[in-house]
Write a protein that binds this ligand. Structure first.
Ligand code: SF4
Length: 330
């Protein structure tokens, strides 16, 4: 699946690298100085590179833990994110990563212990607040887990910190490492979902919605807390029926006590990013829709926005209490 692994020479001592070697025995390994020399080259073609991305193993030195953009969190008073990886195995048409990076290569930061050290410091510094940590902001939290083994390390760490919550956000059904162990109550496995007709068109390479719901059900049945992320909401001809059906399908399989939270938010992009992504996908109906601009943000506009928000809220309220439903604006 990955032909070439570029590696910074001082990452070889990390256990994650031995794991990658086992997982990718046929790959060609090429030493590099620093990951930026490949990843940040200007004028790379994201779409062409996405057809056969390489893996870059790197060490992270700074910005391990960052505050989330406003409007991203849920009920906690302090919300942070961390990114052990840049880019994703999947290829969703609306993915903001293709607007953010010029390279489609995967970067895996293998010094996991340093992430946990910085998360520990953040927890200590904010010990009087409720805190939530988000993984999977610049990647999918679980899609690469068979190779990276990151989630095991992460769960062992957060098991020692039961007073803060962590979210693994995913479209993946790679859940075997979670199902093998006892669940921890402060870890939320949050699935991004769209109606299956929309996901079939836009969530390229990602598991079908039926398989995601099945993975959610298995995790919920074994005691894990589940998050539902209806984000981005996509406007289409028959959207009301499609979203009502999706919410019904989920809620008929996952019991309410297992649902930690549901968040929803409309398709929206910063203006520059929208321009870049729509150029990459000029054949997609998603970007043919006449969008609105407000304060440098491109979205469907107020009328559609209000219509979709009130409908989704009403549907969710049929199954879930108000306290579990969050509107995400970023
Ligand atoms: S799963 Fe998320 S991170 Fe991966 S391509 Fe889709 S939108 Fe991007």
């Amino acid at each position: 699946m990955i032909d070439t692994v570029y590696f910074e020479e001082d990452v070889l001592e990390y256990p994650a690298v031995s794991r990658v070697k086992k997982a990718l025995p046929k790959a060609n390994w090429v030493p590099i100085e620093r990951f930026q020399e490949l990843f940040n080259i200007r004028n790379q073609n994201f779409r062409i590179q996405k057809k056969n991305p390489a893996l870059i193993l790197a060490k992270k030195y700074e910005n391990f833990v960052l505050p989330v953009p406003s409007g991203f969190g849920m009920s906690s008073s302090k919300n942070f994110y961390f990114s052990h990886m840049y880019n994703c195995l999947y290829d969703c048409n609306y993915c903001f990563l293709q607007g953010l990076y010029s390279s489609a290569n995967f970067v895996l930061f293998v010094n996991y212990e340093d992430f946990f050290e910085h998360i520990s410091q953040t927890i200590e510094k904010n010990k009087n607040d409720t805190q939530m940590f988000f993984s999977g902001y610049d990647c999918d939290s679980l899609a690469f887990d068979k190779v990276s083994g990151f989630s095991d390390n992460l769960i062992q760490f957060f098991e020692q910190h039961p007073n803060v919550e962590v979210e693994l956000r995913t479209k993946s059904i790679v859940t075997s490492s979670l199902l093998r162990r006892n669940p921890i109550k402060n870890c939320i496995i949050a699935f991004s979902l769209s109606p299956h007709i929309i996901a079939n068109k836009l969530d390229n390479k990602a598991p079908s919605i039926a398989r995601r719901i099945d993975a959610m059900k298995k995790l919920a049945d074994s005691g894990w807390q589940i998050g539902l992320r209806l984000d981005p909401l996509i406007y289409t001809k028959d959207w009301k029926n499609q979203y009502a059906e999706l919410i019904f399908d989920i809620m008929s399989q996952v019991k309410v006590p297992s649902v930690h939270s549901v968040s929803y938010g409309l398709l929206r992009f910063p203006k520059k990013m929208y321009k870049k992504i729509s150029t990459l996908h000029n054949d997609s109906g998603l970007f043919a829709f006449p969008m609105h601009e407000n304060n440098e943000v491109i979205s469907y506009g107020k009328e559609i926005e209000n219509d979709m928000y009130s409908f989704i809220q009403r549907e969710l309220h049929k199954y879930l209490p108000e306290t579990k439903i969050f509107h995400c604006t970023n």
